[in-house]
Each structure stands twice: as structure tokens, then as C-alpha cells.
Design a binder for this molecule. Structure first.
Ligand SMILES: [Fe+2]
Ligand SMILES: [Fe+2]
Length: 293
């Protein structure tokens, strides 16, 4: 399926890609915050915004097939679109603005700086701080015209049965793989506990950035980048049967990273010019002069 065959209305169902993350935050509120009352939750569920988020998941679950992912990998892992310095790539990402979403008061660069700064404040190693800073860089896929549901959204394995622990599991009934005997069994194309290195995930900004930086960062950083949207595993433990021992070790880091991604959003915007020299230093220490997108 090429992008041309996707109806226009199905490319960008959300006013802003941030709405997906807002939804994750409602689903997984920070520990210690009072849970939403039934009333509040019902209001949220019925809001117009939620209808667009549902539509977003419907499309994501319908179109993210094993074949679709293979096609996207073949298309984007050639990295033949742009060659930029890392900071330039972050500025390019920042051209992704959601003017139509009045609730978004921080731009992409500010979210990423806040994530990095929150990790730095807690005294973690510098590669962890850098990981916080770049973790959403793969969202540049939106700027290449990719549909929102092929850039953001919870990620999950393709090529085997979709877990009912994934958000809105009922929408998988429209995914052709649900009726394909090669892909609709517990293990599908995989072996028990084969390790995530052998598992193909749904396509989006996580896998794309992992492929860009995989030769340069320590392994825990690569796990954080690659699996940060895999909520059905890190929150629901739905895919233990595919993971190996090493994955479980590494997911301790994914779990450490996740709260910084979700809960570091404060309304006070960081001052980019003040922080830039520090982050340029980290980029220089770990990443190549230029990267190819
Ligand atoms: Fe992300
Ligand atoms: Fe993020």
C-alpha cells in the first residue's frame, strides 16, 4: 500500500500528533496523582478530541500489517532523503508545528530539552541525557508526508497475534493479519522467547531513530529509543513470551526512561540558546558529524 492509496482523511486524523501522547498520559497517569473520577473519565471519553484519538488508533491498528512494516522499512531505511548535522535535524523536526492545537504550548525541541534536563537533574550519565534529548527525532517522518499513525502511536509486534492488552484491541479486527494464519497465532513467524532483536515492531518514530543511531549509543540508550512507545510490554507485560533474558535486563532502562518522556512536561519553556552548548557537546561526544534521514 503506497501513501497515495490512503484516503486524505486518513493521513492526519489528529489535529496534532501530541494528542496521542496526551492520551497515553490519561491512560498512564503519574504515580501519586489522583485517578480520574468516573465522571471525569466519561467526559474525556466522550469529548470530540477523544473521537479523533479513537480514529487515529483505528487507522493505526487497521493499516500496520506485517507487509506494511516491511514496505516502510525498505522505503525509509535507505536514508536517502536528507543529510544534516544532528542539531540541524532537531531544528528540522521543530518545523513540525501544530498551529491548530491550542493546547500545545511547547514545541518539539522544548519537549525534548525538558526530557533531557529532567534526566540530567536526576544525575544520570550523559548518554542518558542525550537519549532524552533526541528520543523523538524520528518524528521527522511526519515532515516527509507520512500518515500520523505510521509515525506515532503505541508500538507492538507484527507477524504474530495482536495482544488484547494493546489500547483499543477491537480495532485489530480490520487488520488483514488478524485473519492470516501465518500471523494470527500466539507466536506467528517467531519462536518462543526468541528475543526482540528477532521481532519486527509496528512502524514509527521509535524504530526509525533506532536505525539512525544504532552504531553510536550504549545499548540501554538504544533500547529506550527503540521501545519507548511499546506500552503493551513495559506497562502491561503482554509480550513476555517473545522476550529473552537480555531484553528483560534492558527493559529496566526503558522503564527508567518512560516517566521522563511522559511526566517531564512543565509549562515553563526551556531557553534553547542557554542549553544548546551543553547538548551540542553531548552530540559531539557520541554522534557523528552528520546523520542521514
Ligand atoms: Fe516518542
Ligand atoms: Fe517523547
Amino acid at each position: 500500500m503506497s501513501n497515495n492509496s490512503i484516503p486524505t482523511a486518513e493521513v492526519n486524523p489528529l489535529q496534532s500528533i501530541e494528542l496521542w501522547e496526551d492520551d497515553v498520559l490519561v491512560r498512564y497517569p503519574e504515580a501519586g496523582t489522583p485517578p480520574k473520577t468516573k465522571e471525569e473519565f466519561r467526559n474525556y471519553e466522550n469529548s470530540a478530541k477523544d473521537a479523533t484519538v479513537r480514529e487515529f488508533y483505528r487507522l493505526n491498528h487497521k493499516y500496520q500489517t506485517y507487509d506494511f512494516v516491511q514496505q516502510k522499512r525498505a522505503e525509509f531505511l535507505q536514508f536517502n532523503r536528507k543529510e544534516l548535522k544532528v542539531w540541524e535535524a532537531m531544528e528540522f523536526l521543530n518545523t513540525l508545528v501544530d498551529e491548530s492545537d491550542p493546547d500545545t504550548d511547547l514545541d518539539q525541541l522544548q519537549h525534548l530539552l525538558q526530557t533531557g534536563e529532567a534526566i540530567r537533574e536526576d544525575g544520570y550519565p550523559d548518554w542518558f541525557v542525550l537519549t532524552g534529548f533526541i528520543h523523538d527525532m524520528g518524528k521527522v517522518l511526519c515532515l516527509f508526508g507520512e500518515p500520523q499513525w505510521a509515525v506515532v502511536g503505541d508500538t507492538f509486534p507484527v507477524g504474530c497475534k495482536f495482544s488484547d492488552k494493546i489500547v483499543y484491541p477491537e480495532f485489530f479486527k480490520d487488520n488483514p493479519d488478524s485473519n492470516d494464519p501465518r500471523y494470527n497465532t500466539k507466536y506467528g513467524v517467531y519462536e518462543p522467547n526468541c528475543g526482540l532483536k528477532n521481532v519486527t515492531m509496528s512502524w514509527g518514530h521509535d524504530e526509525y531513530l533506532y536505525q539512525i543511531v544504532k552504531d553510536y549509543l550504549p545499548e540501554p540508550a538504544l533500547y529506550m529509543i527503540r521501545y519507548h512507545s511499546f506500552y503493551s510490554q513495559h506497562r502491561e507485560k503482554a509480550y513476555d513470551h517473545l522476550m529473552d533474558e537480555h531484553d528483560h535486563e534492558m527493559f529496566k532502562w526503558v522503564d527508567k526512561f518512560n516517566p521522563y518522556d511522559l511526566y517531564s512536561k512543565s509549562p515553563k519553556p526551556p531557553v534553547v540558546s542557554e542549553l544548546r552548548p551543553y547538548y551540542e557537546g553531548l552530540i559531539k561526544k557520541y554522534l557523528p558529524e552528520t546523520i542521514r534521514l
